[in-house]
Design a protein around this ligand. Structure first.
Ligand code: M6R
Length: 365
C-alpha cells in the first residue's frame, strides 16, 4: 500500500501534485473561486472584523502563511494562535470574529478545545480539515475539506500543501467579495494556482539533487533555518520536518533576529538553510547569507529559478523552485524542504513514518 515506495512519507510527498489537483481544480470555475454549498454569506463576510486562525504544528505554520496572504488580499486583520495557547490567553473574540481552525486529522484535542472556546465566545468557526466527518469538521459552522486523501506518515506533507491551497482560495474568495483585490491580480493568482501541480511535478522530478545535498549534510547535529516574511513561516515548517523525523536539533529564525542573539551560535561549519524565495525581500535574504557565511556557516539556500545564479555566487549550495506568484511561493518552497528532511532521516537510519514519541493525531492535551 506504499505504492512501491519504501515509506508512506515519500509516497505522500510524491502524491502532492495529484492532491493539489483534487483540492484546487473543482474550486476554480470561470476564473473565479467556487466553494460548493458554502454557508458564509457575503453580508457575513463583510461584517467580519477580525480573523483568528488556530492550529497546531504544521497546520499552525500554514496559518502563519495564511496571515500574510489573507491580510495582503483582504485587508482584514488576522491573528494566528497556537491552539494549545488560545484558551489560556483570554483571546479577543466576538460575534464578528471568524475563527479558522486548521487540522489534518480533525481530531487534535487542542484545536478542538480552541474551537469550542471560540464558539462559546460567540464566533463563527470555519475549519479546514482533511479527514471527512472528523470531530472538528462536525463541530464547525462551516468546513472546507482539503481532499488530500489519507495521510499515514506522522510527518505531514500533502495535508500541509492542500491546507495552504485552501487558505489561498479562501483569501481570494473573501477579497473578491470585499473588493480588496484588483481583478487582474485575482485572475493571475488563480491561473498560477492551476499551474502549481505541474510546477510541483518539476520539483519532484529532481529528487536526486536534494538527495545528493542530504548526503553532504546529514551528519550535522544542529541546523538553523532563516528567512523573512513567508520564508520565515516556511523555515519553521522545514525545521519542524527535519527535527521531527531525523532527530537533528534545528531552529528557525526570522533573519532580522539574527543580530539579536542567534548569530552567536553560528561558527565554522554550522549548517544554515537560508530561505530566499520571496522576491521582494531577496536582497535582504542575500545580505543575511553573506552575514552568516562571514561567521563560517555552510549555507544551503532555497530560492526561485530566476534568482538561482545570484544566490549561487554566495551560498555553498542552492535548491531551486520554479517561479510563481509571490503569494504561492510557500506551496512550492516546502517541497525541497520535505525531501531534504526525508533523505537526511533516511541516511541516519531513522524510523521515518513513525518517529519516536510522536503520534499522527494528538488527542490528549
Ligand atoms: O491533525 P492536525 O493537523 O491537527 O495535527 C497538528 C500537528 O500535530 C501536526 O501538524 C504535526 O505537527 C505534524 N506531525 C508535523 O509534521
Amino acid at each position: 500500500e506504499k505504492g512501491g515506495y519504501e515509506h508512506f512519507m515519500f509516497k505522500e510527498i510524491m502524491e502532492q501534485p495529484e492532491a493539489l489537483r483534487r483540492c484546487i481544480f473543482p474550486r476554480i470555475k470561470d476564473n473565479q473561486v467556487y466553494f460548493e454549498d458554502f454557508g458564509l454569506s457575503e453580508d457575513y463576510i463583510r461584517s467580519i472584523s477580525k480573523i483568528y486562525i488556530v492550529a497546531c504544528g504544521s497546520s499552525y505554520h500554514v496559518g502563519m502563511v495564511g496571515k500574510y496572504n489573507i491580510e495582503r488580499l483582504t485587508r482584514k486583520p488576522v491573528e494566528v494562535a497556537l491552539a494549545s495557547e488560545f484558551r489560556y490567553m483570554s483571546p479577543i473574540v466576538d460575534e464578528n470574529t471568524l475563527v479558522v481552525a486548521i487540522s489534518q486529522s480533525g481530531e487534535t484535542l487542542d484545536t478542538m478545545a480552541a474551537l469550542r472556546e471560540a464558539k462559546r465566545l460567540g464566533a463563527k468557526v470555519l475549519s479546514i480539515v482533511n479527514v471527512v466527518g472528523s470531530s472538528i469538521a462536525r463541530e464547525s459552522d462551516e468546513v472546507l475539506y482539503t481532499w488530500a486523501g489519507p495521510e499515514i506518515a506522522v510527518a505531514t506533507t500533502k495535508a500541509y500543501s492542500t491546507q495552504m491551497a485552501v487558505i489561498d482560495l479562501l483569501a481570494l474568495y473573501f477579497a473578491r467579495i470585499l473588493g480588496t483585490v484588483e481583478q487582474t491580480e485575482y485572475e493571475t493568482v488563480l491561473q498560477e494556482m492551476l499551474l502549481l501541480p505541474g510546477k510541483m511535478e518539476t520539483i519532484l522530478s529532481h529528487t536526486d539533487t536534494v538527495q545528493y545535498l542530504a548526503s553532504q549534510y546529514f551528519n550535522h547535529d544542529s541546523v538553523f533555518f532563516i528567512g523573512r516574511n513567508v520564508d520565515y513561516a516556511l523555515g519553521l515548517e522545514g525545521s519542524l520536518k527535519l527535527k521531527e523525523i531525523s532527530y537533528i536539533h534545528s531552529e528557525a529564525y526570522a533573519s532580522g533576529e539574527l543580530k539579536h542573539g542567534t548569530i552567536s551560535l553560528i561558527e565554522n561549519g554550522t549548517l544554515v538553510v537560508a530561505l530566499g524565495t520571496y522576491s521582494k525581500l531577496f536582497d535582504k535574504a542575500m545580505s543575511n547569507v553573506v552575514e552568516v557565511k562571514a561567521r563560517g556557516a555552510d549555507v544551503l539556500a532555497l530560492t526561485t529559478q530566476s534568482h538561482r545564479d545570484e544566490m549561487a555566487q554566495t551560498a555553498n549550495a542552492v535548491m531551486t523552485i520554479p517561479d510563481t506568484h509571490d503569494l504561492l511561493l510557500p506551496s512550492l518552497g516546502v517541497v525541497p524542504l520535505q525531501l531534504f528532511a526525508y533523505y537526511v532521516a533516511l541516511m541516519r537510519g531513522c524510523d521515518i513514518d513513525k518517529p519516536r514519541n510522536l503520534a499522527k493525531s494528538v488527542t490528549v492535551e
